[in-house]
Design a protein around this ligand. Sequence first.
Ligand code: KIV
Ligand code: ZN
Length: 522
Amino acid sequence: MTANTTSSSSKDRIVIFDTTLRDGEQCPGASMTFEEKIEVAELLEDMGVDVIEAGFPIASQGDFEAVHEIAKRAGDNVTIAGLARAISGDIIRAGEAVRVAKRSRIHTFVSTSPIHLAHQMRKTEEQVLDIITATVTQARNLVEDVEWSAMDATRTPIEYLVRTVDAAIKAGATTINLPDTVGYAVPEEYAAMFREVIERVPNSDKAIFSTHCHNDLGLAVANSLAGIAGGARQIECTINGLGERAGNAALEEIVMAIRTRRDVMPYDTNIDASMLTRASKLVSNVSAFPVQYNKAIVGRNAFAHESGIHQDGMLKNAETYEIMTPESVGVKATSLVMGKHSGRHAFREKLKDLGFEIGDNALEDAFKRFKDLADRKKHVYDEDIEALIGDGMAVAAEAIRLLSLTVIAGTGGAAKAIISLDVEGAHVTKEVTGNGPVDAIFNAVKAIVPHEATLSLYQVHAVTEGTDAQAEVSVRLEEDGKSVTGKGADPDTMVASAKAYLSSLNKLMVKRQRQHAQAVNA
Ligand code: KIV
Ligand code: ZN
């Protein structure tokens, strides 16, 4: 049996397994489009993630296609994993999705705790042992690299856990994941569990052990690091800690904790930490899950010093109150863009600086929108440019476009929206009232483009400070169990709201067309 293909021979190298696109995307409301998943996967790969769990291929045709495409595009240094329950059909589908990758992994799991066996699986311990042997063997016949997870490991009696791990390794598992599925463990016991399992399983050296921690008690990162102390060498985590319920262990926290406290955790990861902020922003954008202001590493306030004593110390020597520099995680000092007199060349350089490489046509389009913004807004900051580019990406694929909008609202009665849209080339105008200006706008759009989708999220975020700040609005629509999130940015919150609603509708139309095409081709 070969050892895990992603592992480093060094005992100090921690494999970073990112599950933003699987466990993260499982988080209610965080679903991403096909294109968004590809974009996130590319950034994770560039950042140096070792294993990307790209999705759950059996869950839907869309999931399968996204995992397959990510696997097809992946380079030599990243492993693409697909999740599979302990069911033959799942394993076959996961294998089909990931096998096109240069390095592919099937990640299969089964519950092991008494409560799951009794109520969810309705199986005996012996039956589950047989399932482990059969499913890991099946996966191993499809790919070299197989991860097996003992779901709810932390509530599984150690005697039985040892037997399950032994069976999985004997059947060919190359990574053994012991998840804290319900976020119940505390660090000491999580470390002890790894120590004991590794010590008692005869062939434990044939596999890499992995942590997978949920954050129900706010202990996901602490538990993951304790797992490393107990002998694990892979950590499963997500950008921004996105994930089921209270989320998973946050990748950026794990990476920076290891890097900053190398004195007590002498390990390395392959992550380029200077890309953490970009990854956080991208995932927050595509999932429409805002990052809390005081979130460690990537929160807006993570490097802000407000109190006089702290500011004084910082001015004298940054190390007085800063244990890592903002630059080390990719935070750039907010800088003023040159404003309405800036030329194309300076604008292109600024985009490059912010990590956007766009073609000539897209640049021309973005430049026009930048000039328009600079005419309306006194100071244009990096954050404004980022929002403007994000807004423009949505525009590229739009069938419905906003032409003009007038809103009348105030204390004098119902709000009124007069909106003109370009709907696949036809110009349509409607005047509609509503319970407030946003309601009036959304009603007006619905009057022009009738649909049954329900609004499940409306969120406004000021891109920078000041009353002339651009508003970035997220709108999530749900239809037939599928959800899409659209975004719009503009100094006028109502215009941003209309753009976000239209962006969401456009995405929904693309989704419908794709489903229709699949049904026809089936
Ligand atoms: O939390 C969990 O146990 C999981 C498994 C599928 C690994 O996500
Ligand atoms: Zn999980």
